[in-house]
Design a protein. Structure first.
Length: 153
């Protein structure tokens, strides 16, 4: 694995990569990535093209825009859906989040995930790196009850 660290700022960061079924709370291979805008200015989400890497290798997906409405009509693959406040209007504002649900099995525990988001209008790029930890695959609360997972499952 050869991930180069660079002076590219992390304006959009990966907060978590979830691999937990939202209905049962059990670990699975959902590969849901949550991104947050940590910068200080609004970005037109229609101009944001996104590229992901897993362990230094390009992930087989196509995300030409981070605008949720425009995303529907693009030739996207590798991502099942996109949602959140950052993609619902015309801009992605500071503190807003976007969730991307990748094809199941895209990311696994201990993977190093890099996201590069380029603003096609200005040429500015944001790069963030996230290592999937055990916290990303812990059981979640479902209907107010915490689901426990047996050791070895």
């Amino acid at each position: 694995m050869n991930i180069e660290l660079s002076p590219i700022p992390a304006i959009f960061v990966i907060t978590t990569i979830e691999s937990v079924d939202e209905i049962t709370g059990h670990p699975n291979d959902d590969s849901r990535v949550i991104l947050q805008h940590t910068g200080t200015e609004n970005y037109e989400n229609k101009n944001l093209k996104t590229v992901f890497y897993r362990n230094g290798a390009l992930v087989n997906c196509n995300i030409e825009t981070m605008n949720g409405h425009d995303f529907i009509s693009t030739s996207h693959f590798g991502v099942q859906w996109m949602g959140g406040t950052g993609c619902s209007g015309s801009t992605w504002a500071p503190a807003e989040m976007i969730a991307l649900d990748f094809t199941d099995g895209t990311f696994f525990p201990a993977d190093t995930v890099q996201v590069d988001i380029a603003d096609t209008a200005s040429g500015q790029t944001s790069r963030a790196i996230h290592i999937i930890s055990h916290e990303d695959i812990q059981p979640i609360k479902v209907r107010g009850i915490k689901k426990e997972i047996s050791p070895g499952v």
